[in-house]
Design a protein around this ligand. Structure first.
Ligand code: PLP
Length: 399
């Protein structure tokens, strides 16, 4: 079968909930993927940051295979010998006292919402069913009906209601005065992305995160950072909120915790928050399974041992510097942190992505006019040079 055969099957038999580029990937290693025709491409999306460690990382693969031979899934009615290792690793790495493992990012966000509401009722004393969680304009926290209910992106939420919007007041991302005006005695939490990824690599104004933290402290409100995409090195720090030296009450992680092998997400919090949920009140069949836990521990070890956070910072600055040097009237700006770059055009980005694919570079538009460059964090300077040459060629072809 060739590329078109696979595409035909997908179009005919698969749900049409994505609009992928017409490349059919067959295998991958590091930053590179190979399609069914044998053509190589540099992957500049890294599975939306889920393969920060690079595709098919050998050490993570070995852990995956070894654990798969022993035990992959046990009921959480019993214990397994891998989950405590993950708890310990997350505690040592992040300083949070406890963690709650789930699978997808959206499930971890849902878990954080439940923790915040329960905390509001049991600790803060908010009246039952009155808890509010303040979110931000331009947010992206996943695709469940609760979560899309507080998105302001019509492509996420139109036609899937009804929603409980009064439970999720929205403030303008980056606007502290607006946030203050939304706080009420029923506010349980403020939940934000420290950098908005799906929103187009939107970096809030300096001081915003610090001010959010302060408002939360002054009003006995929990501060939740969704670091599912921004965390674990993508932004050039372990967590993007560390750019402002804040300590949220809850941090949500996912994506790269999987090493690209097996979905694992988690909520990190201290005991005063985490222990508001008791046995039987929350769970997931696959959450905390031994295969996922073993893979997550190794994925974190690889991130530390290979200095991927430092690499992200260094290579990200190098990549951005080179992109900023491209001289074209079609470029609005280049922004980003670490290897998480928004290449903002004055025109539609999709044709650029299509043409870059022809040149052997895979990337994806976010919103209409922004290309996100987010390669695996193992990318080298030579590979960045190669990518920039292709990007420059394609950009100039549209001038
Ligand atoms: C910030 C953020 N939160 C949550 C999610 C949802 O994660 P998942 O697709 O694993 O449910 C995403 C996915 O892109 C994300 O970027």
């Amino acid at each position: 079968m060739n590329t078109q055969d696979y595409i035909n099957i997908e179009n005919e038999l698969g749900a049409h909930n994505y609009h992928p580029l017409d490349v059919v990937i067959h295998e991958a290693k590091g930053c590179w993927v190979v399609d069914v025709e044998g053509k190589r491409f540099l992957d500049c999306l890294a599975a939306y940051s889920a393969v920060n460690q690079g595709h098919c990382h050998p050490a993570i693969m070995e852990t995956f295979m070894e654990q798969a031979k022993k035990v992959t899934l046990t009921s959480r009615a019993f214990r397994n010998d891998q989950l405590p290792r993950l708890y310990k690793k997350l505690n040592e790495l992040t300083g949070y006292e406890m963690s709650l493992p789930m699978n997808s990012g959206a499930e971890a966000v849902e878990s954080a919402i439940k923790l915040a509401r329960r905390w509001a009722y049991d600790v803060k004393g908010v009246a039952e069913n009155k808890a509010e969680i303040i979110v931000a304009t331009g947010n992206f926290h996943g695709r469940t009906t609760t979560i899309v209910g507080f998105s302001d992106d019509p492509s996420s939420n139109k036609g899937f209601g009804p929603y409980c919007t009064e439970a999720f007041p929205m403030h303008e991302y980056g606007n502290i005065e607006d946030l203050k005006s939304k706080i009420t005695p029923n506010t349980a939490a403020v939940m934000i992305e420290p950098i908005q990824g799906e929103g187009g690599i939107v970096i809030p104004p300096d001081g915003y995160l610090k001010a959010v933290e302060q408002i939360c402290r002054e009003n006995n409100v929990l501060f939740i950072c969704d670091e599912i995409q921004s965390g674990l090195g993508r932004s050039g720090k372990l967590f993007a909120h560390q750019y402002e030296d804040v300590r949220p009450d809850m941090v949500i992680i996912g994506k790269a915790l999987s090493g690209g092998f097996y979905p694992v997400s988690a909520v990190l919090a201290d005991k005063n928050v985490m222990l508001v949920i008791h046995p039987g009140e929350h769970g997931s069949t696959f959450g905390g399974n031994p295969l996922g836990a073993a893979v997550a521990v190794k994925s974190l070890e690889v991130m530390v041992d290979e200095k991927l956070i430092e690499r992200s910072n260094e290579m990200g600055n190098y990549f951005m510097e080179k992109l900023r040097a491209i001289d074209s009237p079609m470029i609005e700006n280049v922004r980003g942190r670490g290897l998480w770059i928004g290449f903002v055009l004055k025109t539609k980005a999709r044709p650029y992505c299509e043409k870059l694919k022809e040149e052997g570079l895979l990337c994806k538009e976010t919103h209409v006019n922004i290309i996100r460059f987010a390669p695996p964090l193992v990318i080298t300077k030579d590979e960045i040079d190669w990518a920039v040459a292709k990007i420059e060629k394609v950009v100039k072809s549209f001038d």
